[in-house]
Design a protein around this ligand. Structure first.
Ligand SMILES: NC(=O)c1ccc[n+]([C@@H]2O[C@H](COP(=O)([O-])OP(=O)(O)OC[C@H]3O[C@@H](n4cnc5c(N)ncnc54)[C@H](O)[C@@H]3O)[C@@H](O)[C@H]2O)c1
Ligand SMILES: [Zn+2]
Length: 364
């Protein structure tokens, strides 16, 4: 049987147009794709030990000559000093500006490898080969790259679009269940905030999707890439439209910070954030009770989230204030205006947030 061609999405970012290819088995065709878009002559693959252990062999089959640069696994290694290790490896191998850098991993590897590519000799050709669901539907598209500082997440970075993004859903087979589920909350985010048709399909196909059934998963990933690509085309540097994709993230970031990034995977905290935003929108009459119930049911269907009943709403507000997202007791929050659409609302009150958070189980 002829191999199905990968789905192709063209991202027309103002600074660069590039394609995103989504297809089971696309890893095997990586070299042809990189050659086709002229992504570097000498090639370097930035990855981590976990991803390389599972899929390094498969990558090597496609790119036998590429030099791997392996970093330790984890958000705590998304640092300037890890980035310096990438620069050192590039320099030692004699990489010049004609080199290409391929990131092969989750969002941590993508952000950090992308940042190294953006800055080494003022810019190398970059390709992302994301291996987590979160990175496939979100982090690999849109050009945000960067690292953390001790003082906070993603404080150093750049906008640097890749030459191409190659997504192989088959690599998700080894992703831990919890990581996969965390990515699904971001998928739900796209459905609620941007695409009612996607939301309906998620409702219908959540079972096979959770089982990573390729027939369902591949088009869903491609749809998320299409949505993100379209938003990035309109607002590359996140001054307007792109902020819609922060749906669920104001409260989500507070929960992550309040628990020192230990309790929640990012997507899990976003799930709570989406529930809080939906509750506020419902209380304001911006979405109907049945729509609110449908969103809450879809989130609940993915299974239990880490507990929040030992956290307080006032502590979360404190984090949001520190995040400068509160001005005079009013907060900018993305609220759904229906299923499939959302808006940045500038006047959400602390009382509304407290009510929504306590309804989720937080103490006052
Ligand atoms: N640039 C952006 O626009 C953007 C958007 C969202 C998130 N991010 C960033 O992404 C990061 C989070 O990304 P993430 O959720 O992918 O986390 P991650 O990169 O830490 O990956 C999660 C875990 O899964 C492992 N893993 C990756 N692929 C695997 C596979 N196929 N099989 C088995 N294990 C695998 C990783 O080694 C890691 O342990 C954060 O740093 C966040 O700031 C960036
Ligand atoms: Zn997110």
């Amino acid at each position: 049987m002829a191999k199905a061609l990968p789905l192709r999405i063209d991202v027309h970012a103002p600074s660069r147009t590039y394609r995103v290819l989504v297809g089971p088995g696309s890893l095997a065709g990586l070299r042809e794709v990189l050659d086709g878009v002229g992504c570097g002559t000498a090639r370097f693959v930035v990855s981590n030990q976990t991803v390389w252990g599972h899929w390094g062999g498969a990558l090597r089959e496609s790119l036998p000559d590429a030099e791997p640069i392996l970093l330790p696994d984890g958000e705590r290694f998304k640092t300037l000093s890890s980035t310096a290790r990438i620069y050192d490896a590039l320099l030692k191998a004699g990489a010049d500006r004609s080199a290409g850098l391929v990131t092969f991993g989750g969002g941590v590897v993508g952000d950090m490898g992308g940042f190294a590519a953006a800055t080494y000799m003022r810019g190398l050709a970059l390709a992302h080969v994301p291996t987590t669901l979160l990175a496939q539907v979100d982090a690999a598209i849109g050009g945000k790259v960067g690292v953390n500082l001790p003082g906070g997440k993603n404080l150093v970075g750049a906008f640097y679009q890749p030459s191409v993004v190659v997504i192989d859903p088959l690599v998700l087979a080894t992703l831990p269940r919890r990581e996969f589920r965390a990515g699904l909350y971001e998928v739900i985010k796209y459905g609620v905030a941007c695409d009612a048709g996607l939301f309906e399909r998620l409702r219908r196909d959540l079972g096979p999707l959770s089982r990573r059934d390729g027939g369902v998963l591949t088009p869903v990933i491609a749809d998320c890439c299409r949505i993100k690509g379209a938003v990035v085309a309109r607002d590359e540097r996140e001054s307007g439209a792109r902020r819609i994709l922060n749906f669920g993230h104001t409260v989500g970031h507070a929960l992550e910070a309040a628990t020192r990034y230990r309790r929640f995977l990012h997507g899990e905290s976003v799930a709570y954030g989406m529930l809080a935003s939906c509750a506020i929108a419902a209380a304001r009459g911006m979405i109907s009770a049945p729509d609110h119930a449908a969103i809450a049911a879809l989130v609940a269907q993915l299974g239990p989230l880490p507990p929040v009943n030992d956290l307080s709403a006032s502590a979360q507000l404190e984090y949001m204030r520190r995040d400068k997202k509160v001005h005079e007791g009013r907060l900018h929050v993305v609220l759904p205006t229906g299923i499939g659409s959302a808006d940045v609302i500038a006047d959400v009150s602390e009382t509304e947030l407290t009510t929504a958070l306590t309804a989720l189980g937080l103490a006052e």
